[in-house]
Design a binder for this molecule. Structure first.
Ligand SMILES: [Zn+2]
Length: 292
């Protein structure tokens, strides 16, 4: 990230994710074995547990936002599922195809494999066709001082939440009928590091517009992240961090004690006035020329 940066060369970007409560099923990987020493108590608020949020739910959330952006440009998006897959609900797949999607890979010209639509290009297709967007997992820690934002990390507080389904008969005094535990990360705030395997202003344009879309629609059921959506989990305030920022400026974004510098404000202006229109134009040109 330097002043001499050209958008055409940019491959690594950071998205800020700020979410009060994130539930991604049982797929959070914790490092509690390091600190527990056999005395681990899942409910102890003193636990200093860090871990990894896998990229799968993040990827699905981002992809859905990108699909919406492509559709808002008046085009269809690649469906994430192969048309030949044995879907449990084939009629629902067909309905998706009528609602802004084309069959996965239908955009690829048989003679040229690297010719798919922009979604296909980023997320990959059938076996052997890798996507050009690498979505990293997010490492989180409850100790902000040990969070390295410039490596795509986040502050976050892991808890195992227990939920009981209780009896409705008064004489049972709310006796639990069933207990289930879910992994959750509270007060998540940090960076998601995304890498384009080849630089392309249209990819950046799609990412920037998708992040804006997801932020605007962050309380919509379809665009919340992960589970427990009706309980307010997965409402994400997301922003593409200005790619013109240098590492120390990126750190400053997360430092509540410091505001932005004049240099950062100047970069924000430059990004908004010069680069953002450039990548939006590149995206419009790309989706306009894609096969569907
Ligand atoms: Zn496609």
């Amino acid at each position: 990230m330097t002043d001499a940066l050209s958008v055409a060369d940019l491959t690594d970007v950071y998205v800020r994710l700020d979410c009060d409560l994130l539930v991604v099923g049982d797929s959070i990987l914790t490092d509690r074995h390091h600190a527990s020493n056999g005395n681990y108590d899942a409910d102890d608020p003193q636990n200093q547990i860090g871990g990894i949020i896998p990229a799968y739910p993040l990827s699905g959330w981002l992809r859905h936002g990108m699909e919406k952006v492509v559709q808002q440009h008046g085009h269809t998006a690649c469906h994430p599922g192969e048309s030949t897959a044995n879907f449990m609900k084939a009629d629902v797949y067909d309905r998706d195809l009528e609602a802004g999607y084309h069959e996965k890979g239908a955009c690829v010209d048989d003679t040229k494999v690297d010719d798919g639509c922009v979604i296909f290009d980023l997320f990959g297709g059938f076996e052997g066709i890798p996507g050009k967007l690498m979505r990293r997992p997010i490492k989180f820690s409850p100790v902000r001082a040990s969070v390295d934002y410039t490596h795509g990390q986040a502050e976050g507080h892991y808890r195992r939440l227990n939920r009981n389904v209780v009896s409705r008969n008064p004489e049972d005094h709310r006796e639990p009928l069933r207990n289930s535990g879910i992994d959750a990360v509270a007060n998540l705030d940090g960076c998601w590091h995304l890498s384009f395997r080849e630089p392309n202003p249209a990819f950046l344009g799609l990412l920037a517009e998708a992040i804006d879309f997801l932020k605007r629609n962050n309380t919509e059921f379809m665009h919340q992240l992960g589970g427990s959506r009706n309980f307010g989990a997965g409402i994400v305030y997301c922003d593409l961090i200005n790619p013109l920022y240098e590492d120390r400026e990126l750190d400053r974004v997360f430092d509540r004690g410091k505001g932005s510098t004049t240099a950062m404000d100047e970069k924000d202006k430059r990004w908004a006035e010069n680069h953002r229109p450039e990548i939006e134009d590149a995206l419009a040109a790309r989706v306009g020329s894609d096969h569907e």
